[in-house]
Design a protein around this ligand. Structure first.
Ligand code: F6P
Length: 355
């Protein structure tokens, strides 16, 4: 059996642990197995750049951050665009899948990777997706690998900000990754005792936020606000995508937290500061839970290969591994429900969501 495997899109801790779990199962349980690791994500399949993975290649990588295969972002929108007279990227990949006589392609990736995996599956390739992302936004799974490590890092960042904020009686806007969804900000914010949490799913009102902070500062030495990268004011949320892009361009390269620190400092007497946690949230060793989850997801993906269950992506539901049909989940996003249990309980604890 000839298997292709690749890691695509933004990386996250746990990718190597998944590759390891997957390969170990295959080497142990599947006869005459050959595993081709495509380099730099879908680009490796497009350009037929790969290396054969051996048992030795997956030794000692359980703790390793990043991906031994490399990754790249290959926008889904460009997959079916013709470049001159040549084939589309999708056609190139399907052609190479056939030329290399692959029996199955295993893709470790997030929402964009799954959309492309679904296209490949519709084109007749046998594909299995494995759910990666620190954003935890893949539809149909309770959790993705990489998420819990990022929660730990972001919560640690928020916690460290608290002590310096306290020393200086400052207000801090700490930006957490998550452009479209706020799971990471929500979990890290709750875990770190943030005073306010601003998510892309719940638009904030600048004046109300300023009032909340002012009031808090009357009895506290600091206020720490966890801000998702894609958090929006009510005014921004009411704009069309294009209007919002043009409006935000007026702030140059300022990020959500930086814009907020600027705006709120005009409204209150306290000093406001912004800290952008950035890619540190995606780097380094996975936490123990992610090492466990990644190993299990990798092994379960290999089990699906063994039984020939293709056109699916692995998911976790109520603590059990299972799978969803790729075409059912591709293009859908798991967002934080604004009126869901987590947000409501957090509000009851006094965490402010900016409304
Ligand atoms: O999808 C994961 C993610 O880290 C998002 O949270 C973030 O918006 C984006 O990737 C950043 O992408 P890049 O690493 O390409 O700048």
């Amino acid at each position: 059996m000839r298997i292709g495997i690749l890691t695509s899109g933004g990386d996250c801790p746990g990718l190597n642990a998944v590759i390891r779990g997957f390969c170990k199962y295959c080497f142990n349980k599947i006869k005459d197995v050959e595993i081709l690791g495509f380099l730099e994500g879908y680009a490796g399949l497009m350009n037929r750049e790969y290396r054969q993975l051996t048992p030795a290649d997956v030794e000692g990588i359980l703790d390793l951050g990043g991906t031994i295969l490399g990754t790249s972002r290959q926008p889904y929108k460009l997959m079916t665009v013709k470049e001159g007279d040549g084939p589309t990227k999708l056609q190139q990949m399907v052609e190479n899948y056939k030329k290399l006589k692959l029996d199955v392609l295993v893709t470790l990736g997030g929402a964009g990777t799954h959309k492309t995996a679904s296209l490949l599956s519709v084109e007749g390739c046998n594909v299995i997706g494995l759910p990666k992302t620190i954003d935890n936004d893949i539809y149909g799974t309770d959790v993705t690998f990489g998420f819990h490590t990022a929660v730990g890092i972001a919560a640690d960042g928020l916690k460290r900000i608290r002590t310096t904020a306290d020393s200086h009686r400052r207000v801090f806007f700490v930006e957490v990754m998550g452009n479209k969804v706020g799971w990471l900000t929500l979990y890290a914010g709750i875990a770190a005792g943030a005073d306010a949490i601003l998510l892309p799913e719940i638009a904030y009102d600048e004046d109300n936020l300023a009032k909340f902070i002012q009031e808090k500062m009357s009895s506290r030495r600091s206020v720490v606000v966890a801000v998702a990268e894609g958090a929006m004011s009510a005014k921004e949320a009411a704009m069309s995508k294009k209007e919002r892009r043009d409006y935000l361009a007026g702030f140059g390269s300022a990020t959500a937290a930086e814009r907020l620190a600027g705006a709120i400092s005009q409204k209150i007497p306290q000093q406001c500061r912004a800290t952008v946690l950035g890619h540190i949230q995606r780097g380094g060793e996975p936490c123990a839970f992610d090492k466990f989850l990644s190993s299990e997801i990798g092994a379960f993906g290999a089990h699906l290969v063994q039984v020939g269950r293709y056109g699916v992506t692995v998911c976790v539901r109520n603590n059990r591994l299972g799978f969803n049909i790729l075409t059912d989940i591709a293009g859908r996003t798991k967002r934080v429900p604004a009126d869901g249990q987590l947000v409501l309980l957090s509000k009851d604890m006094g965490i402010y969501f900016g409304e």
